[in-house]
Design a protein around this ligand. Structure first.
Ligand code: B12
Length: 217
């Protein structure tokens, strides 16, 4: 099995062909979620470390991100049927948030579990998100933030979404969740989900997170 650091190197070389080859091999014995958790996320976190330490340039990071983005799209299983009255989820990042690879993975996991997904992408202005939610009436709105300083914006989004009629369930995740002290945020209603494992448990068993992240904000 390819190591995430080797995969990051392929991303940084722009070598989409070999990257896809290794990933298809991995998927013969692993799930899509394993791919995200065990290979793609650590590979991109490694790219982040190299970037932070000035060992790669912004151009290198952009190339690696583009290849990772391509890979996520290329291997996503869109064939899963949305059966009958599929539950609906709207997935987005708030205004100012540019990171979106995690959001794509979250969308993919919902799809795999038979949900109807509207992926609105990152940097979504609140008024437009509210308008879309009013029109489409999703059961769930999934929000993501990579940077801790985005949390006040996230709180504002959550508040508006929970005031909708009918109110959707709001779930929030992303790198910011593992970095911030979520206990400092107290506002009723949203479910904070630490990672894709917790998301999968919540999707398949309705099990809410039981750790320090499993609080409402
Ligand atoms: C690529 C990248 C970018 C790209 C993003 C493009 C894109 N298409 O997404 C660009 C160049 C735009 C960018 C910009 C910036 N970035 Co940046 N970026 C990264 C990098 C290298 C990878 C991000 C990524 O794709 N990770 C992989 C994904 C899969 O991980 P993830 O987002 O955490 O998602 C996982 C979980 O969190 C979870 N998840 C995510 N969302 C959700 C939602 C729900 C509901 C659930 C349940 C789960 C969940 O699921 C995923 C699966 O494991 C990271 C490094 C890192 N550690 O992530 C830095 C990083 C996040 N960036 C960083 C910084 C500083 C910035 C900038 C401020 C840089 C600047 N000075 O301009 C800007 C801010 C942009 C903005 N306004 O948002 C820092 C943040 C440091 C900090 N203190 O928090 C990092 C950590 C790099 C570093 N080591 O310094 N970035």
């Amino acid at each position: 099995m390819i190591h995430p650091v080797q995969l990051a190197e392929l991303f940084l070389e722009g070598n989409d062909r070999d990257a896809i080859g290794h990933i298809r091999t991995f998927l013969k014995t692993h799930s899509q979620k394993d791919l995200y958790d065990q290979l793609l996320t650590p590979a991109m976190y490694h790219v982040g470390e190299l970037w932070e330490n000035n060992e790669i340039t912004v151009a290198d990071e952009h190339l690696a991100t583009a290849i990772c983005d391509f890979v996520v799209t290329a291997v996503e299983n869109r064939g899963q049927a949305e059966v009958g009255e599929a539950r609906k989820v709207m997935v987005l990042g708030p205004e100012g948030e540019d990171h979106y690879i995690g959001l794509k993975m979250v969308s993919s996991l919902f799809r795999e579990n038979g949900w109807s997904v509207k992926y609105l992408g990152p940097n979504m202005p609140l008024s437009h998100a509210v308008e879309a939610a009013t029109r489409w009436q999703p059961d769930v709105i999934a929000l993501s933030a990579a940077l801790v300083y985005r949390l006040p914006t996230i709180k504002a989004y959550i508040k508006e979404f929970l005031a909708l009629e009918p109110a959707p369930t709001v779930v929030f995740g992303g790198r910011a969740v593992s970095k911030a002290n979520m206990a400092a945020l107290h506002e009723q209603g949203a479910i904070v989900i630490k990672d894709l494992d917790q998301l999968e448990r919540w999707l398949t068993m309705g099990e809410e997170p039981q750790d320090e992240y499993g609080i409402s904000i």
